[in-house]
Design a protein around this ligand. Structure first.
Ligand code: PEP
Length: 245
């Protein structure tokens, strides 16, 4: 299965900056073994759509849990589909933490994403206190179960231990695989044979020098990357590092 490298810009880059980033990437980007997708702020998606090199897809970082109507400030899955977006992150820990998103809301968003022909990237992962108590597997699987309620198998799951996001602390490849294997097994229970085609990403301070060892693990099929997604040389480095995996 092709690794997915999902570049989560978070609230960074104006449309003009996004155009410059895409131009710089286009100069040196060579499509390799990994599938690349930029999870851009809503307002930069159009700027990127016109400037990304072939082989790099468009994504979004969130979506409304409602189909359409009187929800001021929201962006629907249908709007994202119309822009050419392929993947949508749902349930990122920053949305769960700062916007109080529940598993049920995450599942509602994922279902609408799928209903519009797009693929949700459903994020799960434990906080530091949970890991310190050794409860990371049970906690992450409980979150996964709630976040996938009624969601079809055409989904990507991102395991992102919250303590590793933006902190420079990365889970070891062994720890990432422990959770990815547990997630795979839960997906098998939920989706049967289709589970073997579901990509499980790792996220948390991934960089060019650690991506290969993590993605080489049998149940890890790519990475969700925040900080290292902003600079083109880092993206090229990660793309290169995934070439032989
Ligand atoms: C993320 O944004 O999901 C993420 C993993 O960020 P970082 O790579 O900066 O830890």
């Amino acid at each position: 299965m092709k690794n997915l490298l999902a570049l989560n810009w978070k609230m960074n880059k104006t449309p003009s900056e996004a155009r410059s980033w895409a131009a710089e990437l286009s100069e040196r980007f060579e499509a390799g073994n990994a599938e690349l997708v930029v999870m851009a702020p809503f307002v930069t998606i159009s700027a990127l759509a016109a400037n990304l090199p072939a082989g790099v897809g468009l994504g979004a970082q969130d979506v409304s849990a409602h189909e359409s109507g009187a929800y001021t400030g929201e962006t629907s899955a249908a709007m994202l589909a119309d822009l050419g977006v392929g993947y949508v992150v749902v349930g990122h820990s920053e949305r769960r933490e700062y916007h109080g998103e529940t598993d049920a809301e995450v599942a509602a968003k994922a279902k609408l994403v799928q209903a519009n022909g797009l693929v949700p990237i459903v994020c799960v992962g434990e906080k530091l206190d949970v890991r310190e108590k050794g409860q990371q597997v049970a906690s992450t699987l409980a979150q996964l179960s709630g976040s996938l309620e009624g969601v079809g198998a055409d989904v990507v799951v991102a395991y992102e231990p919250v303590w590793a996001i933006g902190t420079g602390k990365t889970a070891t490849a062994v720890a990432a695989e422990e959770l990815a294997a547990a997630i795979r097994s839960a997906l098998e229970t939920r989706y049967g044979k289709k589970a073997s085609d579901i990509r499980i990403l790792y996220g948390g301070s991934v960089k060019p020098d650690n991506i290969a060892s993590i993605c080489a693990k049998p149940n890890v099929n790519g990475a969700l990357v925040g900080g290292a997604s902003l600079k083109v040389p880092d993206v090229l480095g990660m793309n290169e590092a995934l070439k032989d995996i």
